[in-house]
Ligand binder design. Structure first.
Ligand code: ADP
Length: 329
C-alpha cells in the first residue's frame, strides 16, 4: 500500500515536472516569437520613418554645380522633415545666385577686356604692315596708351569692388569740409563739362564740416558729377548742392540729361549694368561706377537714392552722417 502510494507520487511528480518543463518551453518559444515580432516590427517602423530622410539624402546627392535644384520625389515629407527641406532649398537658391553672379562677372570682365584688347591688336597690326615715319609710330603708341589706360581703369575698379566685398577697404576718417571736396571734384571734371558745352555749378551756403573718409567722399562726388556730365545733353547743366544734414552731409547732384527709365532705376547700382546698351561697345563705360559709389556711401554709413524723369534729367541724393572719431585715452 505504502509502496503503491510512493510510486503514484513519483509518477505524479514526474508528470508535473514534464508539464512544467513543457510550459517553460512554450513560454520560451512565445518569448522568442514576441521578441522576433518586436524586432521585425521596430525595424519596419524605423525603415518607414527613415524613408523620407533616405529620399532627402538621394535628392541631396543629385545636387551638382550644374543643377542646384533639390529633386525630392515621392509622397509629401512628414511635418518634421518639411522645415529641413525648406531651409535646404533656400540655401541652395542662395548658392545658385552667388554662383550665377560669379559666372556673370567672369563673362562681363572678359567681354570688357576683349574690346580694348582687340582694338590694340588691330592698331598694332595695321601699324606693322609697312614701315612708318616717327609721327605715325607716335600716334600708334598714343592710341595703345589710351587703350591700356582704359583697361587699367577697369582693373582698378574691379579691385576696388573686391576690396569692398572682402571688407578689406578700411575707412580713414578725418575732419573735412564737404564743400571743399566738391570744389576739388568740380575742378577735375570742369574741362569735360566745358568740352560738352555744359554749365557746372556748386551750390553751398556755408562750410559743411563733418568727419568722414575724404578719399571715398571725393570718389563718390566725382563719379556722380562725371555721370551727370556724360549722360547730359548739349547746353545742359549740372548743379551740385552741398548742405548740412544734422551733423552730416546732404549732397545733391542734379542734371538736365537723358534721365533713367523706371525699369532701369533700381538696377543702375548693380555691377556691369548699363541702361543704354549702345554705349557698351565703347569699353569706356563698364557700368561699375555707381556700384563703387553705393559701396563707398554704405561704408561711410550713408544712403544714396535717385529720382529721374526720362528726357528731363536725374537727381542723385546722398546722405552721409558724421562719424565718431575714436579718441585715445
Ligand atoms: P558707367 O560706367 O556705364 O557710367 P555707372 O555705374 O556709373 O556706369 O552707371 C550705370 C548706368 O546708369 C549707366 O550706364 C547709365 O545708363 C546710368 N546712369 C548713371 N548716371 C546717370 C545719369 N546721371 N543720367 C542718366 N543715366 C545715368
Amino acid at each position: 500500500m505504502e509502496e503503491e502510494l510512493t510510486s503514484k507520487l513519483a509518477e505524479q511528480d514526474k508528470e508535473s515536472r514534464e508539464a512544467l518543463s513543457q510550459t517553460r518551453r512554450h513560454l520560451l518559444l512565445i518569448g522568442l516569437a514576441a521578441f522576433a515580432a518586436v524586432c521585425i516590427g521596430a525595424s519596419l517602423l524605423i525603415g518607414l520613418g527613415l524613408a523620407p530622410l533616405r529620399r532627402l539624402s538621394d535628392a541631396v546627392s543629385q545636387i551638382s554645380e550644374k543643377d542646384f535644384h533639390l529633386h525630392y520625389d515621392g509622397p509629401p515629407p512628414p511635418s518634421e522633415v518639411e522645415p529641413i527641406i525648406e531651409r535646404l532649398k533656400q540655401t541652395l537658391a542662395m548658392l545658385q545666385r552667388a554662383f550665377d553672379r560669379e559666372k556673370q562677372a567672369t563673362s562681363d570682365i572678359s567681354h570688357e577686356l576683349r574690346t580694348p584688347l582687340a582694338a590694340m591688336l588691330t592698331t598694332l597690326e595695321v601699324s606693322l604692315r609697312k614701315p612708318r615715319n616717327a609721327e605715325e609710330y607716335r600716334e600708334t603708341l598714343a592710341e595703345c596708351r589710351d587703350l591700356v589706360k582704359q583697361m587699367t581703369q577697369l582693373v582698378e575698379r574691379l579691385l576696388t569692388l573686391t576690396w569692398l566685398d572682402s571688407r578689406s577697404d578700411r575707412i580713414r576718417n578725418e575732419a573735412v569740409d564737404a564743400g571743399d571736396v566738391a570744389d576739388q571734384c568740380a575742378a577735375l571734371v570742369r574741362p569735360l563739362a566745358r568740352a560738352n558745352g555744359l554749365k557746372l555749378e556748386i551750390h553751398k551756403d556755408s562750410p559743411v564740416r563733418l568727419t568722414t573718409d575724404p578719399d571715398k567722399l571725393r570718389e563718390v562726388i566725382a563719379n556722380l558729377m562725371h555721370n551727370a556730365i556724360e549722360y547730359n545733353r548739349p547746353a545742359g547743366s549740372v548743379d551740385v548742392s552741398v548742405r548740412p544734414a544734422g551733423t552730416g552731409l546732404d549732397l545733391e547732384v542734379r542734371d538736365t540729361g537723358i534721365g533713367i527709365a523706371p525699369e532701369h532705376r533700381d538696377r543702375i547700382f548693380e555691377r556691369f549694368y548699363r541702361a543704354d546698351p549702345s554705349r557698351q561697345a565703347t569699353g569706356l563705360h563698364a557700368g561699375l561706377g555707381l556700384a563703387i559709389v553705393r559701396g563707398y556711401v554704405e561704408l561711410m554709413g550713408g544712403t544714396i537714392s535717385v529720382e529721374s524723369e526720362p528726357g528731363r534729367g536725374s537727381t542723385f541724393r546722398v546722405r552721409i552722417p558724421s562719424a565718431e572719431i575714436a579718441t585715445s585715452s
